[in-house]
Design a protein around this ligand. Structure first.
Ligand SMILES: Cc1ncc(COP(=O)(O)O)c(C=O)c1O
Length: 360
């Protein structure tokens, strides 16, 4: 990405990291150009008005949640770390999905906690949570912290509202972290957050500006938290304020709803193009996703060859080596042009394979 917001077409194409390659809204670049001495050299004085910052104030207003229940962090990785470090003691258990973002399975160990994993169910076209099985496991393990993600990375599935309510109700005795990092790529509704955090006092909902708002480099995120989580609220307070530049970028992003909704609509179509392509070839299964990525299961003999084929074309997608994702790849959606480049390479690979009778 250059400072004018365009991508270099000759560079290696990274569709392996779940970034939003459309980049942030033009208003974010304008806001960046307006940064001056005040934002660079002076601490924010927002606290004099009894709020954390202009950003937490704005989010509170938009989400209809009291400002003290909005916490800010340097990305949602940071807030996840803070929540786990704050509540999980040595030897205590944290439940998290086995098929998930790798960091979930590392964070408990940072505080000598124990990770207990639960499995998502693999259907023919989509993954899903088995809510009843998860509640049974919860009763057996009595974890201090439960981590759930919607949409989940890399499986792409979300929680239907009813399941979310059933789970949060069942987990009342624990700290529940709901990671919504990939919010917005299928559904931009926000109403559930206010209702969840008002009903569940131990709930932390994580949201980031990295994905939907394409501001991963600005490292800014927030959490909406239930009223019992004063320890986390105090732990995360920053008395000298937050990164003023990132806050300005986040505010400009919030002012650009239409820009992001257009991208989200485009991505819904782009996901279809990948589903349709893979559907045509025997042995390939594309799982439906609500996020800016899709998970694809490829025939065992095609995995390494596809990796080599795409690498030679300077296109990176994620090839998993973990046992939970044997023969799986994850494709991050890029811009329309980038998707066209990958789709064309994939078609070439798949056609050639088909011509050899379906073997790599
Ligand atoms: C599921 C999930 N949650 C959280 C994050 C962290 O994002 P950030 O720290 O940029 O907000 C990631 C990053 O890829 C992720 O996949």
């Amino acid at each position: 990405m250059t400072n004018s917001g365009t991508l270099n077409p000759d560079a290696v194409l990274h569709l392996d990291r779940n970034e939003n390659l459309y980049g942030p809204a033009p208003k974010c670049f304008e806001a960046l150009r307006s940064i001056g001495l005040e934002e660079l050299s002076v601490y924010s004085r927002d606290f004099t008005r009894g709020v954390k910052s202009r950003l937490s104030e704005r989010l509170a207003m938009e989400l209809q949640i009291p400002e003290p229940q909005i916490l800010l962090s340097e990305g949602s990785e940071d807030m996840l770390k803070q929540a786990v470090h704050c509540y999980l003691g040595p030897g205590e258990k944290m439940l998290c999905p086995s098929q998930s973002w790798w960091y979930y399975q590392k964070v408990a160990a940072e505080v000598a906690g124990e990770t207990v994993t639960y499995s998502l169910k693999e259907g023919p076209d989509a993954f899903s949570y088995d809510v009843d099985e998860l509640i049974e496991l919860y009763k057996k393990e009595s974890p201090r912290v439960v981590l759930i993600a919607s949409p989940n990375n890399p499986t792409g599935n979300s929680f239907p509202d009813d399941d979310l309510n059933k789970l949060t109700e069942a987990f009342r005795e624990s700290i529940v972290v709901l990671d919504e990092a990939y919010w917005g790529f299928a559904d931009v509704s926000n109403e559930h957050i206010a209702s969840l955090v008002s009903r569940y006092r131990n709930l932390v909902v994580l949201r980031t500006f990295s994905k939907y708002y394409a501001l991963a480099g600005a490292r800014i995120a927030f959490a909406a938290v239930g009223t019992s989580l004063s320890r986390l609220t105090k732990f995360s307070a920053r008395y000298l304020g937050y990164n003023r530049i990132s806050e300005i970028l986040a505010l400009a992003a919030l002012d650009s709803a239409e820009y992001y909704e257009t991208i989200s609509r485009q991505m819904r179509q782009d996901r279809q193009a990948y589903y349709e392509l893979f559907r045509r070839y025997k042995g390939f299964r594309c799982f439906t996703s609500d996020a800016n990525f899709i998970l694809v299961k490829v025939p065992p003999d095609a995995h390494a060859r596809l990796q080599d084929f795409l690498q030679r074309r300077q296109i990176m997608i994620k090839f998993f080596s973990e046992p939970e994702f044997v023969n799986c790849v994850r494709i991050t959606l890029g811009t329309q042009e980038q998707n066209a480049r990958l789709l064309s390479a994939l078609s070439e690979f798949l056609e050639a394979r088909e011509a050899r009778g379906g073997l790599a």
